[in-house]
Design a protein. Structure first.
Length: 546
């Protein structure tokens, strides 16, 4: 089985916040799980360094696009590494390999007759003397009345043209742009309407996409897929390799989504692999993103792949809803966000991963609050999981001179454990990460009840045979938690495998051999609940009122 996992590419124009991680974390869970099963996995992503948002940031800070892109790409790499993300290749859209591959793909689409030129009216700022990229035009969405950018309304998810906006304004200077004629290359998306309808119908039948992806995509298709301009008058990006259009840049609708394929091409080149061994009709392809990116992954990218005759179409859409913060919408402009570098400096990374998985916005918006985060850590990670491991191994340290008992384990618990691998594995593969993690923690709570009911502190005095069986069973549970939780909580499970001297990372039952345990230290430390008020007050104090 070949698994390709593509994580959405964050814009390198500002730090990552928890909303980004909530959307992207499922990709790493999938990659870790499938590798643990022994499958062939290619997990790719990168920083979007060509987008308009970076030009805006560079203009605001009176610096260069390259300086902004370099700064945040480095920060992203560091943040993802510290969060335990296991990308096979994390690259960037301003890398030479990406530019060359995108131009090659663009030429293929042109040669196959999927691109054509057309004169079009476009917003032009007479103050700044330039045609305005879509995101440089702001105004009111004609569909829902919310404030929107020229490419998309985040409120109603409509894909827009800048000219659709009411009360258009230039984002650079705030003046109203004029409308001028220019010429661009268009992609004939409309040619793929029927193929896309069949593609989405199959996805719905196989139940491999999130409901929000199916619903939004069917809505777009029902409205009819329009042809779209795929070149722009942009200050930075990839030059269109077509005579007469070399002063234009390839637009994000082709350039950025193609990153999944170009990153795979670069990885294959670096490792001496054949791309077609990874991208073929048998490939299971997961795309990980937030709901605002659904149409780009469910309509635009599949149409491009169809145009390229690439058979490796998306099979799974893992499209999370939004993460709110203290019951309010995240806002980077108002600094109403919890930034990832801050978070990983102050808190256990497994705690971050746990909270964003068990409270994931899989089917509806979910909220991050400091109260829930800290109580979740103390109550579940420390109080249930960490406590069970600690009480088991400390008891062996104290009562059995750190030697794991060598005897049969409880058969009921063994069968529950074997069944758990199967049920959690199915949930992960189907994109139900929250439910998978909840099942494991239900098992952990059952393990704590077993320990309490068996009362090994009495058994060692009254019935040593039962005491040995109890502790052997509890150690067996710990060994299997070190595997079952690995996709979700990789850092604590790595510690646990080291304690139990388990070398392999496998998705199957673990039978621990009698061993001498090292000195036992807790997997987690308690977080002082006074932090709740401290963090909330700091969040409010740093908010910017616009």
């Amino acid at each position: 089985m070949t698994i390709v996992i593509g994580g959405a590419w964050p814009y390198a124009n500002g730090s990552l916040h928890l909303g980004h991680i909530a959307a992207l974390l499922p990709g790493d869970i999938l990659a870790r799980y499938y590798r643990q099963k022994g499958e062939r996995v290619l997990y790719v992503s990168g920083s979007d360094c060509n987008g308009t948002p970076i030009s805006i940031r560079a203009s605001q800070e009176n610096t260069t696009v390259a300086a902004i892109a370099d700064q945040y790409h480095r920060e992203f790499e560091e943040s993802f590494t510290k969060l335990g993300f296991t990308y096979d290749l994390y690259t960037r859209t301003d890398a030479p390999h990406h530019h060359q591959a995108v131009q090659q793909l663009f030429l293929q689409l042109f040669e196959k007759g999927h691109l054509y030129s057309q004169k079009v009216e476009q917003a032009y700022c007479e103050t700044d003397k330039q045609f305005l990229p879509d995101r440089f035009v702001e105004g009111i969405c004609p569909n829902c009345g919310a404030k929107a950018r020229g490419d998309q309304c985040d409120n109603c998810s409509a894909i827009l043209d800048p000219l659709d906006l009411v009360d258009k304004r230039c984002k650079i200077c705030g003046n109203e742009p004029v409308i001028k004629e220019t010429e661009h290359l268009y992609f004939a998306f409309s040619k793929f309407q029927r193929e896309l309808e069949q593609f989405v119908a199959k996805a719905k039948e196989e139940n491999r996409w999130r409901d929000n992806a199916i619903a939004l995509t069917k809505r777009y298709l029902a409205e009819g897929v329009p042809d779209r301009a795929v070149t722009r008058d942009l200050p930075n990006g990839i030059e269109a390799p077509i005579d007469g259009f070399r002063d234009k840049k390839i637009y994000v609708w082709i350039e950025a989504v193609a990153g999944y394929l170009t990153a795979s091409m670069e990885w294959a080149r670096q490792h001496g692999e054949k791309l077609e061994d990874w991208w073929n009709k048998e490939t299971i392809a997961y795309y990980i993103h937030g709901k605002d990116n659904i149409p780009f992954h469910s309509v635009i990218w599949p149409a491009i792949l169809m145009g390229l005759n690439n058979p490796s179409l998306p099979t799974h859409m893992i499209s999370n809803e939004y993460l709110t913060l203290e019951k309010r919408k995240l806002s980077t402009s108002q600094n109403w966000a919890v930034w990832v570098p801050y978070m990983i400096e102050r808190y256990d990374v497994d705690s971050i991963r746990y909270f964003l998985t068990v409270n994931a916005p899989e089917n509806r918006d979910a909220d991050f609050s400091w109260r829930e985060f800290i109580y979740s850590h103390n109550g579940e990670l420390l109080g249930a999981y960490g406590n069970f491991v600690n009480r088991t191994l400390k008891f062996i340290e104290k009562s059995f001179e750190s030697i794991v008992p060598d005897c049969e384990i409880d058969e009921v618990i063994r069968q529950q454990t074997i069944a758990l691998y199967e049920s959690v594995g199915v949930l992960i593969e189907e994109g139900h990460f929250k439910e998978g993690l909840e099942q494991i923690f239900h098992y952990i709570r059952g393990a704590n009840r077993y320990f309490d009911e068996q009362q090994p502190w009495l058994q060692v005095k009254d019935n040593m045979e039962k005491a040995l069986r109890t502790l052997a069973t509890c150690t067996y549970i710990c060994a299997n938690l070190a595997q079952l939780l690995q996709p979700f909580l990789p850092f604590s499970t790595e510690k646990l495998r080291a304690i139990l001297q388990i070398e392999a990372i496998e998705w199957q039952e673990q039978i621990i051999q009698p061993t001498h345990l090292p000195t036992i230290t807790p997997l987690f430390e308690r977080i002082d609940v006074a932090r709740i008020e401290e963090e909330y007050n700091a969040l409010v104090a740093n908010k910017i009122d616009l």
